[in-house]
Design a protein around this ligand. Sequence first.
Ligand code: SAH
Length: 356
Amino acid sequence: MKENLLGLDAIGLERFFEAQGEKRFRARQLLRWMHQRGEADFAQMSDLARPLRERLSSVSEIKLPAIVGDTVAADGTRKWLLKVDGANAVEAVFIPETSRGTLCISSQAGCVLDCAFCSTGKQGFNRNLSTAEIVGQLWLANRLLDGERPVTNVVMMGMGEPLLNLDNVIPALRLMLDDQAYGLSRRRVTVSTAGVIPGIDRLRDECPVALAVSLHAPNDALRDQLVPVNRKYPLAELTAACKRYLDKAPRDFITFEYVMLDGVNDAESHARELVALAGKVRSKFNLIPFNPFPRSEFKRSPPERIKRFAEVLQRAGLTVTTRKTRGDDIAAACGQLAGDVADRTRRSVALKEVRA
Ligand code: SAH
């Protein structure tokens, strides 16, 4: 099998070239060609001698996920459906804002964690994405979007739990940070976790970037129901892990994500409990109005309730933002990503029938 060079970070590429009897500096050249210039064809790499280019194409490849869907929402949010193998597809979402462009990428096809309110969890777990499939999402977005370096921020908030796929996620993060590749600052790359504690510690030791934790409940009883991984890693241990993370984090706070579910976790009493919890670790809150998906059993909290909830936190001195819902008309909003190729096919068939 040919080695996919897109999935090798600087060290991996150096090893690859050494094994080929080549100089290690070739790694830097290849990184720049692939990731800075977005070149996927060895033949175009003009500063490599022809025999080397030929050998590279006989032993290796630069292979990207295939784009099988490309949709733009009314607000400019763009979603790609990417086929990673015969049975699996994942989604990546680009969210343009005035001063930045954020790409939300997936780390797994499906997810084992099965959070009660998340559409990805409902499809079960299929497999980990490889490093090439993770970084390939960024490669494709930069190629397909207009302008120079359109992606300024990356958030691992798409499908899957990144901290359950760290063997592949860490080299992908290193490529995002590498000046020879994407050169993003650690503060502009965010990993989001449902609270996998050993993963938080490993990320801290091996590749600290900005960390977001999906909290969603202020106590263990409720969190056990909404985020089942809490039964294994309860809140007291989670907040302790967040504190340890801050020793090495590029930012001096953890972002706590909190999905607003009507009548479930949005009472003022929940907000007051959260204030107590937030006293244990430097944090900022990001409230996410729930995004419905087919067959979801929850409702979004009404805007006035979200506002009141935010006010309780703010009055206690906490920083709170409420996430603007983006791209929900194309099912690109948080928690709506499914990567369901079969479903998509059915929909496009239905569309053709309507048009005919
Ligand atoms: N597994 C990681 C990353 C993926 S989810 C994690 O749990 O953090 C990214 C964010 O979207 C998480 O905070 C998640 O809880 C939230 N989310 C999931 N489903 C949602 C929905 N239907 N509406 C709003 N946010 C949702």
